[in-house]
Structures are given as structure tokens and as C-alpha cells.
Design a protein around this ligand. Structure first.
Ligand SMILES: [Zn+2]
Length: 316
């Protein structure tokens, strides 16, 4: 059995998970992010203590503790190098927990952890090689090769959101121009739609619908309008699909995976998005004949963080 912890901006979730990815115990607590690293670590310790107590009652043997964080961890020291949302920098999380519990501690990025969860219990289960893309505020993901997570020599690879796809009208947070994240994230879709409006793309139908939504333009609204064949929304969504498909084509040409899974908030557009990608990505694939890579929606919801974190050790 493993303990898995999913540290998010609003809540910390913990669970006891078996090697098949079944959750046997679950608990959650709010994230006191504004109080800094020590406060969040103490809350994690409270959750872990309760989980260990439960495991003793049930005679479960805990082999390791895995933690998914919204940031970057150093696998050598198990320090969290940084977590922007939580205001952590060089937080000695691995060291602090190891000295307390004497168990192996594994820490990884939350998108990598979600890729592991999908591979254990979700859409990429049984697949040797897969790519998981999460399209949210940014773009993240994980690459699994021969059923192991691929993160590169110094754990600094697999920065999927920063694969450069083409020239774009605004720079990425990382400082480069043209990153996938600036074409295919929720932020990117809204920014490009707003740019079209600012440049005078007149679409009364779109503006009327937007007014009835109190002017709140999010990706759900833009997708809903595109599904009704609205011209402005379609222009924005089709551009996003084009660049996302270029990224997908790159993955297929380089890695030849069985499945590319799409998750995150933008994936709520569902079948509509997948069908559009399926019409487009093949244009960017070198070996079109016999190309078998499937593009699918991710399957796991809220529990993915706990399951994936618990099983990091199995995928290292
Ligand atoms: Zn970037």
C-alpha cells in the first residue's frame, strides 16, 4: 500500500492506495497557501498521521509516500524547487518527511502524477507508451515510455507546454515565444478571441450571447458558441485545434505513442474537441499510413492526484 498526497492551491487530498490504484481511504483539508511552506507541511503531516493510524487499524503495510505538487521537484534531494501557486522556493519537503516517517518519499509534478494515474487506472491503462496533455490555465503533461515516466536526465524534460509550435502574438510566461501553452491553454483561447474582437472582428451573434452572460468570456462559452457554428468562436477554436494538432503530430513523429490523452478544463469540450483534433492532426504525421496513435479524453477526475502520487514509485 502507498500513501498518496495531492497538494493543490485550494485543498490537500490524501489517500491510501493499493498497487492497482484503488483508493482504500481518503481525507482532505484546505490549503493554507498564504501561510507559507511550514503551515502547509504541518497540514500534510496531520493528514499523513491520520492515514498511518488508519493503516495500522486495518493492518495495511505502507511502502512509501508519494506527493504531487503544482511545481517542480528535484528527484535527487526531493526538495520542491518551486511552486508558484503556493509561494514555495527550495522547500525541503522530502527531507522533512523522510526524517519524520522513515519511509521513502517521492515527489513529482501534478501533471506527471495525473499521467501516472491515467496509466494505472484511466484511459492509458495497459498502454506501453503514452502522452498525457492537460489543457488548463497553462498546458502541462507527462510522457510515459515503456511504462515509466520520462522526465529527462535532470528531471527538467517533459515540459510539454513549452514545446515551441510557431510564432504567436504574445510571449509565454517562460520568456519564449510560440510555446504550445500560448496556443492551446484556456488562457490562450480567451486571449486570441479577445484579440479578434479588439481588432474589429464584428460578430453580433457572439457579442449578443456574451452580453447575456454578463460579458464573462471563458473557454466553455467560446466552445459552446463554436458548437453552434458561430463564426468568431469557430475561428478561435479552429486555430487552437490547428496548433494543438501540430504539437500532437510532433509527439507522434518523435515518440510514436499508443495513445495521447487530453485532460484539464479545456477537455470538458469533450467529443467535439476530440473529433476536431482527429480531423486535423494526421496532417502533421510523417507516416500517415498505418498510424495507430489514438487521441482520447482522459478518464479520471478528482482522484487522479491521489492515485498518481501514491504510485510514483512504481513509475520511476
Ligand atoms: Zn513557454
Amino acid at each position: 500500500m502507498y500513501i498518496g498526497i495531492d497538494v493543490g492551491g485550494t485543498s490537500i487530498k490524501a489517500g491510501i492506495v493499493d498497487y492497482k490504484g484503488n483508493i482504500l481511504y481518503k481525507d482532505t483539508i484546505g490549503t493554507r497557501a498564504s501561510l507559507g511552506y511550514e503551515a502547509v507541511r504541518e497540514d500534510m503531516i496531520t493528514l499523513i498521521n491520520k492515514a498511518i493510524q488508519y493503516s495500522k487499524q486495518e493492518n495495511y503495510r505502507i511502502d512509501s509516500i508519494g506527493i504531487g505538487v503544482p511545481g517542480i521537484a528535484d528527484p535527487q534531494s526531493d526538495n520542491v524547487i518551486y511552486c508558484t501557486n503556493l509561494n514555495w522556493k527550495d522547500a525541503p519537503l522530502g527531507k522533512d518527511l523522510k526524517s519524520r516517517y522513515g519511509l521513502p518519499i517521492y515527489i513529482d509534478n501534478d501533471a506527471t502524477v495525473a499521467a501516472i494515474a491515467e496509466s494505472v487506472k484511466g484511459i492509458t491503462k495497459g498502454s506501453e507508451n503514452s502522452v498525457f496533455l492537460t489543457l488548463g490555465t497553462g498546458v502541462g503533461g507527462g510522457i510515459i515510455i515503456n511504462r515509466k515516466v520520462y522526465s529527462g536526465t535532470h528531471n527538467k524534460g517533459s515540459e510539454i507546454g513549452h514545446m515551441i509550435i510557431g510564432e504567436n502574438f504574445y510571449d509565454c510566461n517562460c520568456g519564449n515565444n510560440g510555446c504550445l501553452e500560448t496556443f492551446a491553454s484556456a488562457t490562450a483561447i480567451v486571449r486570441y478571441t479577445q484579440k479578434l474582437i479588439d481588432e474589429g472582428f464584428l460578430d453580433e451573434e457572439f457579442m449578443e450571447a456574451l452580453r447575456s452572460k454578463d460579458g464573462v468570456m471563458d473557454t466553455k462559452f467560446i466552445f459552446d458558441m463554436a458548437k453552434k457554428n458561430n463564426e468568431l468562436a469557430l475561428k478561435s477554436i479552429d486555430r487552437m485545434v490547428k496548433y494543438l494538432s501540430i504539437g500532437i503530430g510532433n509527439f507522434i513523429n518523435i515518440l510514436n505513442p499508443d495513445i495521447i490523452a487530453i485532460g484539464g478544463g479545456v477537455s470538458k469540450a469533450g467529443k467535439y474537441l476530440i473529433e476536431k483534433i482527429n480531423r486535423e492532426f494526421i496532417n502533421y504525421v510523417i507516416f500517415k499510413e498505418g498510424s495507430t496513435t489514438e487521441i482520447k479524453l482522459s478518464q479520471l477526475g478528482n482522484d487522479a492526484g491521489i492515485i498518481g502520487a501514491a504510485l510514483i514509485s512504481e513509475y520511476k
